[in-house]
Design a protein around this ligand. Structure first.
Ligand SMILES: Cc1cc2nc3c(=O)[nH]c(=O)nc-3n(C[C@H](O)[C@H](O)[C@H](O)COP(=O)(O)OP(=O)(O)OC[C@H]3O[C@@H](n4cnc5c(N)ncnc54)[C@H](O)[C@@H]3O)c2cc1C
Length: 308
């Protein structure tokens, strides 16, 4: 059987795409190996009706809702390869099974590369975060650190300052701040620490202290980091999709890429707007894009034939 659409990735983007495809009577398979980057958090915020939900619970509810649509199935496996063969896509799952589909939606998210600092994994997702809009409220008005080795440091400090003015910036030995930036930060009472970090100290996920290699230390109660973002898979590139500077897949307002039949949504676009509700909305848009393509092909085909 040839599927109408294969959705690769079952986070909020892929789940919502599958829901809209299911409701549009499309034969759909959603592939997911359940390794989202938000697996480190117990609570996700900012999704109306779901504020504070555990991300895995959100996924469970999403999968449960898809059961109402017998034309949608979920394959809990990693997709190893996608190849375009004529006007179809051949999707190879990790166990070797092969599926054919007329359209593909890439909803694979992105991966984060955390700074190479001793202890960072112990606190990431509990008291160290990367998105103030997601987790700023929980850390508001506390002594916080922005730990950033890259040029995003000042921008992150500017944003986090909205939630707390008791803020420091640590560059972990990188001379990434200009004199003007340091003066700007100082004018807001934000101290900068450019020495290398020895380790992050705390208990049960709660960051308490940053120790520097020069023997000094500073007390904090949490903070924000600026991880590097990279695509979670190379499917966008291998299918020939146009990518942005970060490797995110470029799409139009209906989730269409430059490659016929390939759509993309959610964090896989790597636009910087990284939120559950945005990913879900983009999933919906991509599914509408897929439907629009089918409607055009099916409904208009006699007219196209006449005009040929
Ligand atoms: C620490 C942290 C905290 C966050 N907190 C919040 C918050 O509070 N509120 C908020 O709105 N957002 C939050 N986010 C952001 C949010 O998690 C993402 O924006 C959102 O999950 C993106 O959804 P997505 O579906 O595009 O990608 P993801 O949720 O990353 O899902 C992608 C899915 O695709 C799967 N996949 C990838 N490759 C393959 C493959 N080859 N085959 C099969 N499956 C594959 C992955 O395993 C994963 O399950 C947070 C992120 C992080 C890292």
């Amino acid at each position: 059987m040839v599927l109408d659409c294969a959705v690769i990735g079952g986070g909020p983007a892929g789940l919502n795409a599958s829901l809209v495809l299911g409701r549009s009577k499309r034969k759909t398979v959603l592939f997911d190996d359940n390794k989202p980057r938000n697996a480190v958090v117990a609570e996700a915020h900012g999704f109306i009706t779901r504020d504070g939900i555990n991300p895995q619970e959100l996924k469970r509810i999403g999968q449960e809702e898809l059961k109402a649509y017998p034309n949608v199935s979920i394959v809990k496996q990693r997709v190893a390869a996608i190849n375009k063969v004529d006007d179809q896509f051949q999707i190879e799952a990790e166990d070797g099974s092969v599926f054919f589909s007329k359209k593909v939606i890439l909803a694979t998210g992105f991966k984060e590369i955390l700074p190479d600092i001793e202890g960072v994994e112990r606190y990431y997702g509990t008291s160290l975060f990367s998105c103030p809009f997601c987790d700023g409220w929980e850390l508001k008005d506390r002594p916080l650190a922005v730990i950033s080795e890259n040029p995003k440091a000042v921008h992150m400090a500017k944003v986090v300052y909205n939630w707390t003015e008791d803020l420091i910036v640590c560059t972990n030995g990188k001379k990434s701040l200009s004199e003007i930036e340091k003066t700007l930060l100082e004018s807001k009472g934000i101290k900068t620490f450019e020495q290398e970090i020895q380790s992050l100290i705390g208990e049960t996920g709660q960051l308490q202290k940053i120790e520097f290699k020069d023997g000094t230390a500073v007390l904090v109660e949490g903070g924000f980091i600026t991880p590097e973002w990279v695509p979670a898979t190379n499917f966008g590139a291998s299918l020939g999709c146009k990518l942005n500077a970060l490797g995110g897949i470029e799409v139009d307002s209906m989730g269409r890429t430059n490659i016929e039949g390939v759509f993309a949504c959610g964090d896989a676009l790597i636009t910087g707007a990284s939120q559950l509700i945005i990913a879900a909305a983009e999933g919906s848009k991509a599914a509408i894009g897929v439907n629009a393509a089918f409607i055009e092909e099916n409904f208009m085909s006699p007219v196209s034939a006449l005009s040929d």
